[in-house]
Design a binder for this molecule. Structure first.
Ligand SMILES: NC(=O)c1ccc[n+]([C@@H]2O[C@H](COP(=O)([O-])OP(=O)(O)OC[C@H]3O[C@@H](n4cnc5c(N)ncnc54)[C@H](OP(=O)(O)O)[C@@H]3O)[C@@H](O)[C@H]2O)c1
Length: 231
């Protein structure tokens, strides 16, 4: 395969939603515990998230003052201190501000803590942001002019960075982009016994019809664990 193997690992509501208040409800607590437990044991080279999820889970909206940085050329930046365990941010316009080049998990969760950040960008990015990433020693790759071409991004992650397997961990919009690109090999769904709000987003935003095969089911204290493989 000329791209990493992708497992989409997500907590969902009964009605297949993945965003919104239900995620922090008491009912969903067990599902989240099961989710993080499985995340720690899936043995991947790290995880991918969309810009919105990276912001809400890790950067908290921080952004550097780019006036302090000189513009630099738009070419891939891959330093040679690659760690083998990555947090891959799909960040079309370079909106994410990082304070470290690694994820620092407050609980030291080995599923996240220490993951080396990689930025996947389109060319629609401020060139000063690239210098900021370089000074932070954050690798970046380009994969498209004004939006990210999932196929190209995955090709580079495999062939330039050397990544074999990644978890795709949301949210809805980035999952949908991967699903439309036929780039999801497995689904690992943790279904919480709760129905979501009408405004919450589905597992795959703007999805297309696609067949999967159910390969495993497990019931853990009313939390359903479902594993599917792409047909
Ligand atoms: N249930 C779970 O297990 C789970 C897991 C993770 C997250 N979540 C939830 O998901 C929510 C966020 O989900 P979301 O759907 O709003 O956003 P998202 O999927 O996290 O991020 C979407 C953003 O990714 C960027 N992007 C990069 N490449 C793209 C491409 N090829 N196609 C489309 N977008 C691309 C775009 O950023 P720009 O807007 O900058 O262009 C886009 O707006 C969070 O609040 C979190 O609660 C749930």
């Amino acid at each position: 395969m000329n791209r990493p193997y992708i497992i989409c690992h997500m907590v969902t509501s009964i009605d297949g939603k993945v965003t919104g208040e239900f995620l922090s409800s008491p009912t969903c607590k067990k599902a989240c515990e099961v989710y993080y437990d499985i995340n720690r044991n899936l043995k991947s080279n790290g995880f991918i998230c969309g810009r919105v999820t990276m912001e809400s889970s890790f950067t908290g909206g921080y952004y550097p003052d780019l006036s302090a940085y000189q513009p630099t050329e738009k070419t891939d930046f891959i330093p040679n201190n690659l760690s083998g365990f990555y947090a891959v941010a799909f960040d079309t316009n370079g909106k994410l501000g990082w304070k470290s080049n690694k994820i620092i998990d407050p609980d030291g969760d080995p599923g996240y803590d220490g993951a080396q950040i990689i930025e996947v960008l389109s060319e629609n990015v401020d060139e000063r942001y690239l210098r900021y990433l370089e000074e932070m020693e954050i690798p970046y790759i380009f994969a498209g002019e004004d939006k990210i071409d999932v196929e190209l991004a995955l090709f580079k992650l495999k062939n330039i960075v050397g990544i074999d397997i990644l978890l795709l961990e949301g949210g809805s919009i980035i999952n949908g982009a991967f699903q439309r690109a036929n780039a999801i090999d497995e689904l690992s769904l943790i279904v919480s016994p709760v129905v979501a709000d009408k405004n919450d987003k589905p597992l795959f935003m703007d999805s297309i019809v696609q067949d999967f095969e159910l390969v495993k089911t497990e019931n853990k204290d009313d939390v359903l664990i479902l594993n599917y493989k792409r047909k």
